[in-house]
Design a protein around this ligand. Structure first.
Ligand code: ZN
Length: 467
């Protein structure tokens, strides 16, 4: 009796070992892919070059097609850019349509405390997310919304409560810098970036501030992205935030000040001296305050600046559109201070450096993860102009970790990706059906439409289709 139980257990153990071995093998299954295009590298554009992508990483950049028979190839004449890194967003609000308050505010507290705002957005968002059963639908919808604009990493799902892990769907599609990127193992809780609403006691208590300062001090936190001075330069409440940040020990080389609309040139010099950086969200700033940060002074002072959309109710739908908006501000208000190249890099290599992830993403170079997107070259001979003056339907493909997530259906099919069709600004496009974290996109969209109608609003479009 005892012996037969022992034998059964031994057999079970053997089968388990084989099964575990198979799972292990599957995790290590190699993927190999070639990609042809005009490759935008930090050293210039390699016309008609080839990327050799192995297991999600860029292995080589070649002038000639590598001799690799049987390896699937994406054969394009597109510009190939490093994926966008969005360092400031509030993704869970991006299911709601554009909010036009009808007047400007002195600071963010003025609209956050306003009944009309609360009814239009905050209360509806609370109702929609109460119970948690809509989380994965919202996650998929807003990540697709970012993805179609070339975004491969974003931030902001962590919100205020960072103590509980988010549902597993957060691991799908776009990397979430404050929740799950896949950079540091397979589970949540290992990210090195903290996202915060603000420094005043209403947004962050002294204990939390001390905890973050300690994390920066002991090297466990690479970046604190925090709203600072989101209000007019004349606004007293915004003015005290930089001092408060400093007093809490959080004005550091590991701090990115979000907005900084109210910061004076001398305060910007102080930001630079501390080695801190900034995130510029021009569209949302102009919509809410009628002004934006003094980026000319910040630039003169040498402050590193990323561009990010803030959120779609008052900012752009995605980082591609926010860069296009910034290009317009640059032309109309800043006398062409920034080159198109600088504007594009403020969405890729600059935020990567700010977030200390520039050894992984943000540039197209051997050894980097294959987080990238393809833009139709059309008649533009300058790749950066193709973004700054292009349109969202010029994006032909978006890839994360070597996996094609979105793009032109024929391109996706050419490397045997199973697709779900979607329409972006009238153009037929497709999603990688196997990568969707919450099932078919059409079903997610239909469920959300119903749920958002029930809270008295309508689902935001995937993209506003400006001419
Ligand atoms: Zn914000």
């Amino acid at each position: 009796m005892c012996r037969s139980v022992l034998r059964a257990l031994t057999t079970l153990l053997f089968v388990c070992t084989i099964l575990l071995g198979m799972v292990h093998l599957r995790a290590q299954e190699s993927t190999h892919l070639l990609l042809r295009g005009n490759i935008v590298t930090p050293d210039g554009v390699l016309r008609d070059g080839w990327l050799d992508i192995l297991n999600g990483r860029i292995l080589h950049i070649e002038r000639e097609r590598p001799d690799l028979p049987g390896v699937p190839a994406l054969d394009t004449s597109d510009y190939v850019f490093a994926g966008f890194i969005d360092l400031h967003n509030h993704p869970s609000f991006n299911v709601f349509p554009r909010w036009t308050p009808g007047h400007k505010f002195p600071n963010r507290y003025a609209w956050r405390d306003w009944d009309v705002y609360r009814a239009a957005l905050e209360e509806r968002q609370h109702q929609l997310t109460a119970g948690g059963d809509t989380f994965c639908d919202i996650d998929e919808y807003v990540e697709v919304k970012a993805l179609i604009g070339g975004v491969t990493s974003m931030i902001g799902f962590s919100g205020r409560d960072t103590s509980k892990p988010l549902p597993d769907c957060i691991r799908g599609l776009v990397r979430n810098l404050d929740v799950f990127t896949g950079f540091y193992g397979t589970g949540q809780g290992h990210e090195r970036i903290v996202n915060s609403i603000g420094i005043l006691p209403r947004d962050m208590d002294a204990n939390r501030a001390a905890q973050i300062a300690q994390g920066i001090g002991n090297g466990s936190i690479d970046l604190l992205a925090i709203h600072i001075a989101e209000g007019l330069p004349t606004d007293a409440e915004s003015a005290q935030e930089l001092d408060m940040l400093d007093a809490r020990g959080l004005l550091t080389a590991h701090t990115a000040l979000i907005h900084g609309v109210g910061l004076s040139p001398s305060q910007l010099a102080r930001v630079h001296r501390a080695g801190a950086s900034m995130v510029w969200s021009p569209r949302s700033n102009f919509e809410l305050y009628g002004v934006t940060a003094n980026v000319a002074a910040a630039f003169r002072e040498g402050v590193s600046m990323a561009i990010a959309p803030d959120w779609s109710p008052s900012g752009s739908d995605n980082l591609f559109d926010e860069i296009r908006y910034a290009a317009r501000v640059n032309r109309e208000n800043l006398d062409g201070l920034f080159s198109d190249r600088q504007l594009v890099e403020m969405g890729s290599s600059v935020p990567a450096r700010m977030a200390r992830i520039d050894d992984k993403v943000g540039r197209i170079e051997p050894g980097m993860l294959a987080d990238l997107f393809l833009v139709h070259a059309s008649s533009m001979s300058d790749p950066y102009a193709a973004i700054a003056h292009g349109k969202i339907t010029d994006i032909d493909l978006v890839m994360i970790g070597g996996v094609a997530m979105y793009g032109d259906a024929d391109l996706l099919h050419s490397i045997k990706v199973k697709t779900e069709p979607i329409t972006v600004c009238g153009a037929p496009r497709a999603l990688n059906a196997d990568a969707l974290p919450d099932g078919l996109f059409a079903e997610v969209e239909a469920r959300l439409q119903k749920r958002i109608a029930a809270v008295g609003s309508v689902l935001a479009p995937l993209a506003e289709c400006a001419p």
